[in-house]
Design a protein around this ligand. Sequence first.
Ligand code: NDP
Length: 309
Amino acid sequence: MSEVYKLIIIGSGPAGFTAGIYSGRAELKPLLFAGEKQGGQLINTAMVENWPGAEKGIMGPELMMQMRKQAEKFGAEVIDKKVSKVDFSKRPFKIWVGGEEFQAEAVIIATGAENRMLGVPGEKKLLGKGVAVCAVCDAPFYKNKKVLVIGGGDSAVEDALVLTKYADKVIMLVRKDVLRASKIMAEKVKNNPKIEILWNSELKEIVGENRVEKVRMVNNKTNEEKELAVDGVFLAIGHKPSTEIFKGQLELDEKGYVKTSENTTMTSVEGIFAGGDVVDFKYKQAVTAAGMGCMAALDAEKWLEKNYV
Ligand code: NDP
């Protein structure tokens, strides 16, 4: 029989690592599965200017590395592997990483959310060949090129700004006539001479054999279609929760987010807690995710005290 951990945390974004810090300090010796790429969405973010305490800003990967070290300092064991299956039907709860089985008395789910795709022809085929989801990672490949950014939220605006450091021209394709992004970020793109915004515009197709060559788009007000030659297409149209492995195990809402009960982080299964973007479709901030990770750890600690003296 394998060791039964008091607490297993699944996920390594701000929610997961904060849960690791709190439960580590509570001497629960948590085991944290970080996935194959630790750090959640902030690992793909450049400068984070709204993390309280980091007055001068902090780079996303640096912030995540600090969180990991802080969790490890307090006794969290971090494994850089991805959970493939869970069984929450009875206690101890079971968690598999490939063929390896782990058991826990309580679990915190902090698996976050992933990039949404458009589903247009050419997108899948050209992913990694000009179609990209991470400007911070891929922008240097577009030196002196012309790129398109899809979306009008903070991610799209941030991607467009990162790309201006390399590309000659950045065109934002926004399906409405306003940006959803925060005002301060929206002003930055509007004032950047390298960025052009095409309003009321939607992508129809990405064309290319082995590389992106051009796109087909439509103006959703006039129905006018046009083609545009570009070297890259960066998708920044939001996220979907990473909850595939929890289907049938926990109650999820219609969009796939984990449901928690009012005023607590407890899910539909007693002993399973959740926090961060996997739960939150509204705020989606690193600091709110971290807050929810803290709440989940405190809830789990209390629940463990009550149920496993
Ligand atoms: P958002 O959901 O905020 O924005 C998604 C954008 O993509 C919207 O403009 C939306 O258009 C557009 N969109 C969605 N689906 C489609 C589609 N099928 N075709 C075309 N356009 C589409 O996602 P973000 O990833 O930008 O941001 C998520 C959260 O993270 C936000 O709360 C944001 O503030 C935060 N964030 C903060 C950052 C920071 O502080 N540094 C950096 C990045 C994100 P529409 O408006 O029409 O719905």
